[in-house]
Design a protein around this ligand. Structure first.
Ligand code: ADP
Ligand code: ASP
Ligand code: MG
Length: 451
């Protein structure tokens, strides 16, 4: 593939309506190297589809479908020749209705993925039409032909080798002939059933396709002009980071900075592909460059916030001077397919967090009764919900002096439920009650980054 290929991804707000789609089309057309475009569903559509997939009563189904139709028809109504595309979208809506009826009888993660995939299928159809009306040779491509994943519905993992060979055979030739528009977020497993990469997964799709096609850059166009020192919705005075390393940005994403899906930077790091993050509403405002190394990385780079954290505290007097307790606990968690997020231990207690965010299926809860029963046979188990994880992302944090004072000095009025520091030199993180979380971030941001 061309050495200068750019893969551009546009999120939900960037394809929310006719005007947003046209602004995004302007961005695509402003650089001839942009040959592959990855789109999310129009804003709001995925949430409506997830709701349908949860199984709804007849009236609610009709209401939700109507909401979806209204959003997509508002785009169709502004086209010069809307008839053919309206028929295509109507067929999609019929499919959605049929799948929603099935979900009302019995929900499943596989059915959810099939249903929600229609959001991206529709937005890409509409975007191609907008480009064609602008006389562009644009082609719709079903990403499921190349995005082979595991069958872990709701949070499927890509099979990178298969993706690579399918891209070389099927996608690369298309890109050399037309501007190709494809779907983020969705894929298919080996039997051909539709899967999804987890909420916000379109960023990950763009990076995976960029890697498979040896792109020179992946551009993530969203509703903020880059990556900021923290979520600008929480701290409006947050500052844009002009250049950030893969490691730092990956830590931010993993700890909840929604601007990038947590896995986005894996392919970028593997293949050293720079990522740009900018606002499709204001491309002239510039954005953030994410690359391998940045000059003079600061001690404190950013703050991230992840809500909906579950804390398990395990208490076992047998742990005193005993061997193997932690090994047993982790073996149980592994059998239940749970990866532990944070851990702290004392002589007879272990506290650990499970991150329950990210899956497309809202029913995909990590904390099952079977897990609790098995753990309870070993020790006393306490479960706390409604916690939020605040992470400070930085460089050489575990080697610097005075970090404790700077961080915790600002947090005097707050209850800190658990603190993790020292395992990684890139982060320091702690749990707070969710109602305090935004206040904590604001106080900390003021202290570390100023007003
Ligand atoms: P898209 O639909 O384009 O993928 P998202 O809503 O997933 O957009 O991500 C963009 C949002 O990420 C922003 O509106 C912002 O509120 C949030 N966000 C969280 N942390 C950060 C951060 N550190 N910098 C920029 N945006 C952030
Ligand atoms: N449409 C999907 C979601 O809302 C994927 C994405 O936007 O990246 O989660
Ligand atoms: Mg997103």
């Amino acid at each position: 593939m061309s050495q200068s290929l750019i893969v551009a991804k546009f999120g939900g707000t960037s394809v929310a309506d006719f005007d947003a789609m046209n602004r995004s089309a302007d961005i695509v057309l402003s650089d001839a190297n942009t040959r592959l475009v990855v789109l999310s569903a129009s804003a709001g559509i995925t949430n409506l589809l997830v709701s349908l997939a949860e199984g709804q009563e007849l009236e609610q189904r009709a209401y939700l479908l109507d909401e979806i139709r209204t959003i997509q028809y508002a785009i169709i109504d502004r086209l010069q020749a809307p008839d053919v595309i309206r028929q295509e979208i109507d067929r999609m809506l019929e499919n959605i209705l049929m799948l929603a009826e099935a979900a009302a009888l019995a929900t499943s993660a596989a059915l959810t993925d099939e249903l929600v995939s229609h959001g991206e299928l529709m937005s890409t159809l509409l975007f191609v039409e907008i480009l064609r009306e602008r006389q562009i040779n644009a082609e719709w491509f079903d990403v499921r032909k190349v995005m082979r994943t595991s069958d872990r519905f709701g949070r499927a993992e890509p099979d990178v080798d298969t993706l690579q060979s399918l891209c070389a055979a099927q996608l690369a030739p298309r890109i050399s002939e037309a501007l190709v528009i494809t779907q983020g977020f969705i894929g298919s497993e080996s039997k051909g059933r539709t899967t999804t990469l987890g909420r916000g997964g379109s960023d990950y799709t763009a990076a995976l396709l960029g890697e498979a096609l040896h792109a020179a850059r992946v551009d993530i166009w969203t509703d903020v002009a880059g990556i900021y020192t923290t979520d600008p919705r929480v701290v409006p005075t947050a500052k844009r980071i002009e250049e950030i390393s893969f490691e730092e940005a990956a830590e931010m994403a993993i700890f909840g900075a929604k601007v990038l899906h947590p896995a986005t930077l894996l392919p970028a790091v593997r293949s050293d592909i720079p990522v740009f993050v900018g606002s499709s509403k204001d491309p002239a405002a510039g954005g953030t460059r994410v690359c391998n190394e940045t000059p003079n990385p600061p001690l404190f780079r950013a703050l991230a916030l992840r809500r909906k954290q579950t804390l398990l505290t395990l208490h076992s007097p047998n742990m005193l001077h005993a061997h193997g307790f932690l090994a047993e606990v982790f073996a149980i968690l592994a059998r239940h397919n749970i990866s532990v997020d944070l851990v702290t231990t004392s002589e007879v207690n272990v506290a650990l967090t499970l991150d329950t965010t990210g899956s497309t299926s809202s029913s995909d809860s990590l904390l099952t009764q079977a897990l609790l029963t098995e753990l309870s046979s070993l020790c006393r188990v306490e479960v706390e919900e409604n916690l939020a994880l605040v992470a400070i992302i930085g460089n050489n944090l575990s080697k610097a002096c005075g970090v404790g004072k700077e961080v915790f000095g600002a947090l005097e009025p707050f209850n800190l439920r658990m603190i993790c520091y020292g395992a990684s030199s890139y982060n320091l993180c702690f749990l707070v009650p969710t109602p305090d979380a935004e206040e904590v971030v604001r106080a900390l941001h003021q202290n570390l980054f100023g007003a």
